[in-house]
Ligand binder design. Structure first.
Ligand code: SF4
Length: 182
């Protein structure tokens, strides 16, 4: 039997959602036997592959790299899950939206110039440091999202419930923990 091709992605988040995924403990062994992890921060794969069955996306869309990647992910993924509150609402990364719209310059000024104690310099390196978007966005503002998995981070039991249903070929149920969108 073909194993399910699964990806996990880290956009603008703190990695806490991925840490919760690792809290699946022994269920990870069952998962490993039944899925192929084709792309993830915990796997050394440079290019997001084609024909991914399920992708869990942690984090908000904050910069141009995030924007390019989430659009590519959507094109190449059958089921896309907003994984955690930053992906669902933009949550913590969206705090910088309060500094006003623009090109992201206001938050860079606040962090690297006004807040600097030595050598106030905004880091700029085209091709290495991606430009900030004017506003941090939740994933569903950019691409269609199939399921939400809420929590900051989502508890491991909630992740397990979703993954168990996906592995069984079921559409995750509307039980208050996993919410279908659209
Ligand atoms: S939802 Fe919470 S744990 Fe997950 S990336 Fe955002 S801040 Fe971190």
């Amino acid at each position: 039997m073909d194993r399910l091709k699964v990806a996990t992605v880290w956009l603008g988040g703190c990695a806490g959602c991925h840490m919760s995924f690792l809290d699946l403990d022994e269920f990870l062994i069952e998962l490993a036997a039944r899925i192929e992890l084709v792309y993830s921060p915990v796997a050394d794969v440079k290019e997001y592959p084609e024909n991914v069955d399920v992708c869990l996306v942690e984090g908000a869309v904050c910069n141009e790299d995030n924007l390019d990647l989430i659009q590519k992910i959507r094109q190449r993924t059958r089921t896309l899950v907003s994984f955690g509150d930053c992906a669902i609402t933009a949550n913590v990364p969206a705090i910088r939206n309060q500094l006003g719209l623009g090109n992201g310059e206001s938050v860079l000024q606040r962090a690297y110039i006004e807040g600097a104690q030595t050598n106030p310099t905004v880091p700029r390196e085209p091709g290495i440091v991606p430009a900030l978007l004017p506003r941090v966005m939740p994933v569903h503002e950019v691409v269609h999202v199939d399921f939400f998995l809420p929590g900051c981070p989502p508890p491991a039991e909630r992740i397990k419930a979703l993954m168990a249903q996906v592995l069984n070929g079921e559409a995750p149920k509307l039980d208050g923990a996993q919410l279908k969108f659209g």
